[in-house]
Design a protein around this ligand. Sequence first.
Ligand code: SF4
Length: 442
Amino acid sequence: MALSGLQIQKLLPGTNCKECGSSTCMAFAMKMAAKKAMLSECPYASEEAKKVLGMASEPPVKGVKIGTETVSPLGEETVMYRHEKTFVNKPVIAVNLDEGSDFALADKIKNYRPVRVGEELFVGAIAVTQKGDAKSFAEYCAKVYETTKLPLILRALDIASLDKASQAVAGSRSVLSGVTVEIAEEAVKIAKRDNQVLAVTAPDVDGIFDLTTKLKADGFNDLLIEFQTHSLAETFQTNSIARKAALKNNIKALGYASLRFINTGNEMDDTVAAVTEIDKFGGIVVLPGFDPAQLITLLTLRQNVYTDPQKPIQVEPKLYAIGEPNRKSPVFVTTNFSLTYFLVSGEIENSGISAWLVIPECEGFSVLTAWAAGKFSGASIAKFIKEINMESQVDTREIVIPGYVAQISGELEENMPGFKVLVGPGEAADMESFIKSVLVKK
Ligand code: SF4
């Protein structure tokens, strides 16, 4: 049952010390009631408050972790839309391996780790689909786990095979999928014995509701839900209904992360289905096979959707060396918004020159936003360059600014006597031709 701000406030210390970032305990209580603050942000919360509010502020979508060496948390979401606060745990993108597939493929999946905007992206789990008997399936699963150490999603033909395979990867926090009401009791025993997670399924939402309610009442709650839908529109609708029921109507029986196997038989349709899961509340999304082109698209989308809109991703403000610059190498400046930094540094690198890149503190804003907010001005850039004592490393007396803020060139020159300001391109993509036509020509 959700508590009101007034009820929460009565459980807080009442000292208005402001350490939680709110001006009063009442303001903090109102934020908690709106699910925009967590009790852990108040360092003086009593044990009683932790007990009462801990239960009341339990996320409406239950958190569960899969994996032990590569751990992926799921669930714990508190909002329908990212702009309300932030999404907490990104969906896990998994790849299916049919039993008997070459182990080299498992190795490829494990080693697929592209880096984008400073973040290493990876496949979070491997689903193994049974093709042989219980013994061969268990042996295959054990070998895949041994090779990858990724949590597995066991897709067995019957409960006996699920039992053997789970035992073969016991303690890996893998997922036993396709658990229907008929095999639920036995599956719970296996999951408890081997420390695994269960993905329960039923033909409709009511069936899932009954099954999760029963398992929770019986004391097992490490659950995922596997909806059985038959079209993209139905998937979209079902995911949305379940999330809304959990968040807005406090229906705990639907407050679990989901698992979905995708296999439409057409790669483009598979990608569209996976995009729908990532955009609309998916938990684990299993792709039918390993295709780096498809994966990078989906991992990039997930990175964009699951970036906290309140905290732009940013790089450390400092003087960066691109390549192996010397004291006479060109100097560029841009903001500390990660995407901007990686685009600009990448384009400088691609042009084949070595250079210095000044990244002042701009609170993670992009160039125009930082300039509009007064965080990327001639004065602030000059101040930062003095603070980092750039002159101790660099003799160059020219600095290239982004084309979109050509208007700060005069102010920057005024604040940096002896420096000449060059206006670079507006788009990072034009950096290479700028470097070749303006800098290298000199
Ligand atoms: Fe009140 Fe705790 Fe916030 Fe201090 S930190 S103002 S005691 S809620």
